[in-house]
Design a binder for this molecule. Structure first.
Ligand code: PRT
Ligand code: ZN
Length: 225
């Protein structure tokens, strides 16, 4: 079988989702020969290739049909969709399943010493975030006139560094906010990892393979409940 006929699945190479993704593929019965530095891992028992990339690239790879499936956080998916929509680029995916890992929330936070604040406090403020499109959507819905300052890392130090008045960042335990003297406010988005598919996929063999894997995925999820 040529490489083109193999189902291509994009997962995060290294980071918070990679271990769970590898474990999930294993539970689905996909045997992989994973070597640390390899971009592509070929399954040894199914016509599947796994592409290991940065999580930010996964939605685009699936939307553009470079990969058939992808596993990515809903936060990254929504940000990419909003960004592509603003550029009039194709942004559709089929969300096949929400997965039971990678849970976090995208929340607003500000310096603790300011005490509790309501939405009106954000008027005219600068908010540092890695998710400017999701944040802008929220600000628009809420009728708040504030600006988004894009930072790809260390968002939690932005207020102390004088780069912004507040932040909009992912939170799981809350330890990072606490360690940086920040108070948590509204949750803008709750996110899990999810399995997405290119909606234009029409290869019958690949679709049949996905149809074979989906009941297994359901079984894996039920076994954990
Ligand atoms: O290199 P690459 O671009 O692939 O990875 P990355 O560094 O962009 O992402 P990574 O590995 O940090 O996270 C991948 C995905 O995991 C995210 O897109 C989310 O969908 C999910 N996830 C779940 C999280 C968290 N929990 C999380 N806590 N992503 C990031 N964090 C960070 C957060 O940004 C903050 O810095 O952890 C810190 C807060 O954690 P707590 O526990 O202190 O609240
Ligand atoms: Zn990333």
């Amino acid at each position: 079988m040529s490489t083109n006929n193999r189902l291509r699945i994009a997962i995060q190479k290294s980071g918070r989702l990679s271990k769970d993704c590898q474990e999930l593929l294993k539970q689905l019965g996909v045997k992989l020969n994973l070597r640390e530095q390899r971009l592509i891992a070929h399954s040894t028992n199914m016509p599947i290739d796994v592409l290991r990339v940065r999580d930010d690239d996964i939605p685009g790879l699936v939307m553009d049909g470079v990969c058939d499936l992808g596993i990515v956080g809903e936060n990254v998916l929504e940000e990419t969709q909003a960004e592509r929509q603003s550029l009039n680029q194709y942004s559709e995916v089929l969300k096949l399943s929400k997965l039971d890992f990678g849970y976090c929330r995208l929340a607003l936070a500000w310096p603790q010493e300011l005490g509790p604040q309501d939405k009106s406090w954000f008027e005219g403020k600068r908010i540092a975030t890695t998710y400017p499109e999701i944040l802008k959507g929220y600000l628009k819905r809420e009728g708040i006139n504030a600006s988004a300052v894009m930072l790809t890392g260390s968002v939690e130090v932005a207020p102390r560094a004088g780069l912004a008045d507040a932040i909009c960042d992912l939170v799981s335990t809350g330890a990072t906010l606490e360690a940086n003297g920040l108070m948590q406010g509204d949750t803008i988005l709750e996110s899990n990892a999810c399995l997405i598919q290119n909606p234009k996929l029409n290869d019958e063999d690949k679709l049949a393979l996905i149809n074979k894997l989906m009941p297994r995925l359901k079984g894996v999820k039920q076994a954990k409940e």
